[in-house]
Design a protein around this ligand. Structure first.
Ligand code: SF4
Length: 348
């Protein structure tokens, strides 16, 4: 297939991805023009509230948007090493999914096959994608289960998912995902239902695998603590769009978008004393059957101006990769107003 890009450092380049679901109520525009890239050995964290389109974006990369309800719109591109996976045939998609790109789903209990021994769920991947015979695949499956910290892997390989605890099931999911040494690993809220100790172990495991296999990781989460520990780059999603993106330090120490400010303000800070209430983001995200014509965050933004209600914000750049979509950075806004807002933000 013809190479569409020649950008050696980027293994995955998503361009203007639009995904809709056709429902009885109308067309839900779940993802509305998302673009990002990720390189080998890099961790991109996609953050945002539930329903903002994070998981739908991940499913689109895995070719799991199923018709007729789901639709990836014309003009969307998902370039893997320069090839558009949206042009792959079924055979090539099967090779890509599992073999080159794998996903750790949110809920291991519902994602694992309850009727199949965990070992067989790994072995079938090894046979399909690494052309191993069953005996070699079984030995390799035991080795992989050991490498993700499953004790007594030789015995546990013949057990069913319900015989594992929540943390151990999540490790099994990781074992299945990494069995074929994927070049891209998508982790969709991989630690949501786990306690903090297990959460730390699972994240450490993903980090180790990334370092060992030089895998590109897309980490989907709403937990800024997880992001702080793992990410190189961050994309903040709201109402189906990326409204701010940049390197981790830029987003944490110099965020530009009022939604990113609000998200960061809702995280507890070290050094808080007594009863300090967390900030919340009042209101709810817009209905994506009829998204607002201006800024999608306008109804919840205390800095909303007339133009925000009328026109979708342009994307402004603040460095090599730091970008935000917000009218506050328009050349037409008097400088002193922006300075006042920044001052107010600094003083909490
Ligand atoms: Fe707020 Fe306007 Fe910026 Fe949207 S464009 S975040 S409404 S200031």
């Amino acid at each position: 297939m013809e190479k569409l890009i020649n950008k050696s450092e980027s293994i995955l380049d998503v361009k203007d991805l639009k995904v809709s679901y056709h429902t009885y109520a109308g067309e839900v525009q779940s993802v509305r023009g998302v673009s990002f890239d990720v390189a080998r050995g890099e961790v991109l964290a996609i953050v945002g509230e539930s329903g903002c389109g994070k998981s739908v974006t991940a499913r689109a990369i895995m070719s799991l948007i199923l018709g007729p309800q789901g639709e990836i719109k014309d003009g969307s591109k998902i370039l893997y090493n320069g090839e558009d996976i949206l042009c792959y045939d079924k055979k090539r998609i099967r090779e890509f999914r599992g073999g080159e790109c794998a996903m750790i789903f949110q809920d291991a209990l519902t994602s694992l096959n309850p009727t199949m021994k965990v070992g067989n769920q790994i072995i079938e991947n090894l046979v399909a994608h690494r052309s191993m015979d069953k005996k070699t695949a079984r030995e390799e499956a035991i080795r992989i289960l050991e490498s993700v910290g499953i004790p007594n892997a030789k015995e546990r390989i013949d057990q069913y998912p319900h015989q594992f605890s929540g943390g151990m099931r999540q490790r099994v999911m990781i074992a299945i995902a990494v069995a074929c040494e994927p070049k891209i690993l998508i982790a969709d809220e991989p630690t949501t239902a786990l306690d903090v100790t297990i959460q730390a172990q699972i994240l450490e495991l993903i980090n180790e695998l990334k370092d060992r296999l030089n895998t590109a990781v897309i980490l989907i989460t709403h937990d800024f603590g997880v992001v702080a520990g793992m990410a190189d780059k961050i994309a903040v999603m709201y109402a189906g769009q990326i409204i701010e993106s940049g390197e981790k330090r830029e987003i944490f120490y110099n965020p530009k978008h009022p939604y990113t400010w609000a998200l960061l303000n809702s995280v507890p800070k070290l050094g808080w004393k007594g009863k300090q209430l967390l900030d919340t983001i009042k209101g709810t995200p817009p209905d994506l059957i009829a998204p607002p014509k201006g800024c999608a965050f306008a109804a919840r933004c205390k800095y909303c101006m007339n133009i925000c209600l009328e026109e979708e914000p342009k994307e402004y750049s603040f460095g090599d990769i730091h970008k935000a979509k917000c009218w506050l950075y328009s050349e037409e806004l008097p400088e002193e107003i922006l300075e006042e807002i920044m001052e107010e933000r600094k003083n909490g």
